[in-house]
Ligand binder design. Structure first.
Ligand code: PLP
Length: 362
């Protein structure tokens, strides 16, 4: 959160204008500033990351009932966005190095019904965007990236939102950059942008013309104001996160039975998550045992992502998790450790000591 005074200063003029929502001055300013910061051609702001995904799929106008290749190692939102559009998720496995879609397994899943690929940049690890691009253009498929974890990242100096037809960001309170709740869609095609804009505003084309079955997903002025304040500090926040990650790497980067996240080549990272994969045999404790022991010491890690979306009660009767064995394996062995800008290095040291089994409650 920004300093309270900073936020109060930013929202003061709302009491003069009484302009609370509906694409006001702050919405416009944040949109402009984010376009520059993310280094993207076009961007629109929405009420949250989920509506960014859901309305993007709708604006692409994919044939109803067509198939979208995606991964189950993600947040509920990705899969739900596909299903809620009357489309069919087809689950591709992930790779065990960076946990993003295994591009060598995509082509086998393509059928006559496939209309799109919806990959996820996991923990800020960027998908193999080049191979995905090749496959998509060879088969005439749309690509929609779930970039919720990848705010502010670049790959070979390109803003990550530039890849695919569409990239969707989340500005939820728990993400690297937040607008309390919020999201954005980056896109290439201008017509798509107009369609998306109408979908987020009830399908209204003009004062007396409503020609689309739209929803309401507009970012309000208070959320945009939060974003304007937070954006001023984002580089500093990411630098502070890097210090935490460096400390974790120094202390637990080489522990037997613990796999840490790799540094991807050509990627400017945002240090959004610190996942570790536990090999029970080598580490001497299972993922769940370590999770519990951390909790007993007052440390809250997350089993993220667990369970897989294809194991959810609402999907499990239609899918078999054995079709995505790597994702299943990672989801059973992963923990994400506490990571935020204001986490002190003393606290990181304490967390590492518990992981290294040096003191703390056993
Ligand atoms: C947070 C998140 C979303 C959803 O974003 P909201 O802003 O919470 O709606 C979607 N996908 C992934 C991978 C996320 O982490």
């Amino acid at each position: 959160m920004p300093a309270l005074e900073e936020y109060v200063e930013e929202i003061k003029d709302i009491w003069d204008t009484h302009w609370l929502t509906n694409m006001g001055e702050k919405h416009k300013r944040l949109q402009k500033e984010l376009q520059e910061y993310l280094n993207v051609a076009n961007i629109d702001l929405l009420t949250n990351g989920h509506m960014a995904l859901e309305l993007s799929l709708q604006a692409l106008n994919l044939p109803r009932g067509s198939e979208v290749i995606t991964t189950p190692f993600t947040f509920a939102s990705t899969t739900h966005a596909i299903v809620r559009n009357g489309l069919v998720p087809v689950f591709c496995d992930i790779n065990s190095k960076d946990y993003t879609i295994d591009v060598s397994k995509i082509e086998k899943l393509i059928t006559k019904k496939t209309s799109a690929i919806m990959p996820v940049h996991v923990y800020g690890n960027i998908c193999d965007v080049e191979t995905i691009e090749q496959i998509a253009s060879a088969y005439g498929l749309k690509v929609i990236y779930d970039a919720a974890h990848a705010f502010g990242e670049t790959y070979k100096e390109h803003g990550v939102g530039e890849f695919g037809d569409v990239s969707c960001f989340s500005f939820h309170a728990t993400k690297v950059f937040n607008t309390i709740e919020g999201g954005a869609v980056c896109f290439k095609d201008e017509q798509f942008g107009l369609d998306l804009y109408r979908l987020k505003n009830f399908g209204i084309r003009g004062p007396e013309c409503v020609d689309g079955v739209g929803a309401n997903a507009k970012m309000n002025e208070f959320c945009a104001a939060m974003g304007l304040c937070n954006l001023k500090h984002i580089d500093n926040e990411i630098a502070k996160r890097k210090k935490v990650v460096d400390m974790y790497m120094e202390r637990i980067g080489e522990v037997s039975g613990i796999q840490t996240n790799l540094q991807q080549k050509d990627v400017k990272q945002n240090y959004s998550y610190f996942p570790i994969i536990i090999d029970e045999e080598k580490y001497g404790e299972s993922r769940n045992q370590l999770y519990d022991r951390l909790k007993e010491n007052g440390i809250y890690s997350r089993k993220y992502f667990y369970p897989l979306t294809n194991e959810f009660e609402c999907y499990r009767s239609q899918y078999d998790v054995k079709d995505t064995p790597v994702a299943l394996d990672i989801s059973k062995h992963v923990l994400t450790l506490p990571l935020y800008a204001d986490l002190t290095l003393e606290e990181v040291e304490k967390i590492c000591k518990v992981i290294l089994k040096e003191g703390g409650k056993k």
